[in-house]
Design a binder for this molecule. Sequence first.
Ligand code: PLP
Length: 622
Amino acid sequence: MANTLNEAWTLKRAREFYNIPVWSEGYFDVNQHGHIVAKPDESTEIDLVEVSKEIRARELSLPALIRFPQILQARVLEIDNAFIKSAKAASCSLKHIPYYPIKVNQQRTVIETILSSKVENIGLEVGSKTELLVALGLLDLKQGKLICNGYKDRAYIRIALYAQQMGVDVFLVIENLSELDIIRQESLNIEVIPKLGMRVRTCSVANGKWQNSGGLNAKFGLDARDILICLDKLIQWRYESWLHLLHFHMGSQISNLEEFKVGLSEAMRIYSALVERGFALKFIDVGGGLAVDYASKSDVSYFSRAYSIQDYANTVVNTINDFCKRKDLPIPDVVTENGRAITAHHALLITNVLEVEDHDDKHHDSETDLRDSELYELGKQLLSSIRDNQSISQHLIISFEKLVNDKFHRGEIDLQQRAIAEAILRQCDTRVKGFQTNVDKYYCNFSIFQSMPDVWGLDQIFPIAPLARLNEQPLKQTRLHDLTCDSDGQISQYAVDGELKDHLSLHKPDSKDYLLGFFLLGAYQEVLGDRHNLFGDSHALNVEQYQQQLEVTELEIGDCVNEMLNSIHIKGQQIIDRCKLRLGQMGADSAPTSGMIDEINNALFGYTYLDSIDRPTHRIKR
Ligand code: PLP
């Protein structure tokens, strides 16, 4: 539906326009004041404008990453409940054991919140030695559950075995053949019987951006030949009882459940082959991949999910149950390693629009201003094609552009004439590229590379909406740009009003801060974020609400400039010393005021983003 001025604008329309019912899965909505609210449970509504005031009250500037721990816990429960319901409906004894893959978001507060959810049997999945140590720092060492995936050296294997000795329930998953011999040697040395898992490669592939995790060319897992070698060794050593778990992972963000079902059926075939050979496997680990709907309910593209969580659980339970019944096999318990679906919703970035580059200012109708007669003729033709909505000849555009450049080089037109010619070229460009002609640039206080790197790396779509004024029709068509000096630092795709668009409708900012929310950033974004232009981590805080009172915990002040400098091995003190030396050389008369050293000193401990409050350089760290 087009967004026209005459259309009645209601809160219902605002929800629909910003696609809120689709991506929020009930965790976000709009209140009667036109503000976006978080709804971690049915009785709680947290007004995001109030959250931004809370940040201000702490003298902090935007951007800030807001986490809602209650949403994290609700997601863990929602997924687990779906499995309980499926198993009950299928009258099946299968149990679901979720393991949270910490690579998706390794922040301590995120892991702790997940571990303390109501799903008591939840464990952690790690993919490296460092992640293993993170798990040992946070798991219950007497009875926690742990899956060790990823390539392993001897130290990784030994630490996992010691963890098991301490009381942690550890599955060491064999990712490649060489690991098996090392595990055997180290287990004999340490005198502990390991619980092994085996990661297998399925031929079936789930299409999407992460499809390489599955299929015969997948990086991880054993193919049929390797599986047989592994089984033979275990049989030869009489260690059949060591093998407990069969694992496969078809990739993240599986949009099409049918493809997943094919992969799971293939894994069940391998399961039956193993059972027939005398391996009493107790667990099928179906990996992660439960998708998040970033954009559209019905689409099966890589940023959508055309099925519900319940459909997913039913598929897993029924495929395993039906297969085992048909083949008269014991029903294994099901392990899942879903990360994206657990974490995506719980975090959003709030930031403010710093500046607007108004398209109307740049695209005034300027043919009469072109004093040069040659340019005037060509410019007139181009402008009339644009106005009459006719196709524009590429040849004409190139000739016009060349003429402008030549004439400017020769000094035949001045800067003002060049600006007018550029305005005409810009209009041609937007028309040829199929962009909306009247798009404004909104410059926002954040870095795409740091806060939503998948936009840059994978063309990922994240939901974006203003946090206030949703009771007012947004009439400005905008494209968002970040602070980095990089042409990739803009967002060029938006899921709005049931479509993918190259612009986002927003309001014209008034005297107050115009606040934007970038949603569903809880999965992968923090971990993958980089420090382009040395913009660092933003502030991050947990927000909960009890009896209408906002409670902020786990406030992590964002990186300061000095931390960014340290990361590239430059010492702040070195900068101060050099400046002091130079000031000393200049002598008291010609040197800038002593304020300079204070300014640098404060900046070193200030935020890397722009201070949205007008004040002298503000220290966020001591
Ligand atoms: N398990 C393994 C082995 C993975 O490689 C991944 C990530 O791709 C996951 C689980 C988590 O996947 P997702 O976040 O899509 O649930």
